[in-house]
Design a protein around this ligand. Sequence first.
Ligand SMILES: [Zn+2]
Length: 145
Amino acid sequence: MDKIVIFETYYNPIEASIVKERLIDSGIQCFLSDENTITINPLYNQALGGVKLHLFERDVEAAKSILQDEDVQIHLKEVTDAEEEAPVDVQSTEICPNCGSAHVGYVQATKKRFGIFTMIISLLLMVYPFSAKKTHHCFNCEYEF
Ligand SMILES: [Zn+2]
């Protein structure tokens, strides 16, 4: 039997799902664990250590190269389509404008950070004002945009 390993741990269940779908699309079998608990209550996230993505050990290298290709595509998209980026795209994979990390999720806005600060930033960056309660959240530096 092939060994199943933990490929990656995600603190954002949305990101974990995107990666999982991406790998499955590419023919790599994988599954998530601890996903439901975290989606229901994000506060459990830390205690459980995040959403774990499992796959066969033999697929690890293939999975890495698929996700690297994806990173390249995201960067290219960022350059060419930046102005057409729809702010309501749940599947969005953005790059953090603050630190450049791709570890960004499209999540419920934290009440504390949503408001004047976000409005000023969107005016400064000349992007669409945020219409709803969702925002991009950088898990690297905690920046929201
Ligand atoms: Zn960041």
